[in-house]
Design a binder for this molecule. Structure first.
Ligand code: G
Ligand code: G
Ligand code: MN
Ligand code: NA
Length: 253
């Protein structure tokens, strides 16, 4: 069976799940947010990686359907945590095609409203490619999202091909340093220079900086030394189901 068809069946049969990966403050050690990551356990195909099916969904346009489901589910879960007295920001990955839908801003506003989630608890992870496509349209859309009170972050920062000019032009709140720059820390001098420069740039522009893919204690120590704000990575935890995350947080609190 073609994966395209399998993906549509998976959606119809409710086989997609979200896992949540903690984002941790480097100054307090507290979990300050979580990133929603889609998971697909198929009875026939086994675990299908989003690295395989998300690019396909982007090519076929089905990402618009998947993205709408992810947004709705993540906001629903965040609203549950908000009601439980654990107001945790949830970050959602947004694909370019999803962002370009004419009703994207209205959809975000509508789901926040219907679930009763404080907009500050939703973060949208955008890629640099979103910002280069139709800059005028992107600017209008980002300003509308920022006006809603949603946090806007740049995912995989440093790996795209756009210029730094967009940091000046667009209402961006947060940069996620791509894990390819973290993996060589603390030894690699080039990675050190790049990560240090991104953190300094972020501090000067009053942006929150998060390092992705932190796997070792020396990496975390280096990021702390460089005054990075937050980290995410296997050193703390991988993505996990909501109930497992609640038990994990309970254990560390
Ligand atoms: O979770 P994992 O590392 O396997 O994710 C692989 C890739 O899939 C990453 O680039 C990640 O950003 C992307 N991804 C995971 N979940 C989602 C999602 O809900 N929407 C989109 N658009 N991409 C996702
Ligand atoms: O592109 P994006 O940054 O959204 O991708 C997130 C992906 O990174 C997820 O698939 C997640 O499983 C993966 N990931 C999260 N933490 C780590 C880590 O510490 N090391 C590695 N190699 N991958 C990670
Ligand atoms: Mn991401
Ligand atoms: Na990334």
């Amino acid at each position: 069976m073609k994966m395209d068809h399998a993906m549509r069946l998976a959606m119809d049969n409710g086989l997609f799940r979200l896992h949540y990966q903690p984002q941790v403050s480097l100054s307090t050690g507290q979990v300050v947010g979580v990133e929603a990551l889609i998971r697909w356990l198929d009875p026939d195909l086994g675990h299908v990686s989003p690295a395989d099916f998300i690019p396909l969904a982007e090519d076929t346009g089905y990402i618009v359907t998947i993205g709408a489901w992810v947004l709705g589910e993540a906001v629903r879960q965040a609203a549950v945590w908000q009601r439980m007295g654990w107001p945790t920001a949830v970050s959602v990955n947004v694909s370019a095609l999803q962002f370009q839908q004419g009703d994207f801003v209205e959809r975000v506003a509508a789901v926040l409203e219907s679930e009763g989630l404080a907009p500050a608890l939703l973060e949208l992870e955008l890629t640099e490619s979103i910002l280069v496509k139709d800059a005028a349209e992107a600017l209008a859309r980002l300003e509308a999202l920022a006006a809603l009170g949603v946090t806007l972050s740049i995912d995989d920062f440093g790996t795209g091909y756009s210029s730094l000019a967009y940091l000046k032009k667009f209402p961006i709140h947060k940069l996620k340093i791509d894990r390819s720059f973290i993996s060589g820390l603390p030894e690699d001098e080039n990675d050190h220079a790049i990560v240090s420069a991104i953190i300094q740039l972020g501090r000067a522009m009053k942006l929150t900086i998060i390092a992705e893919g932190v796997e070792t204690i020396p990496q975390r120590a280096m990021l702390q030394h460089l005054q990075c704000d937050q980290y995410q990575g296997y050193l703390c935890a991988p993505g996990m189901p909501a109930d497992e995350l609640e038990r994990t947080i309970e254990a560390v609190r």
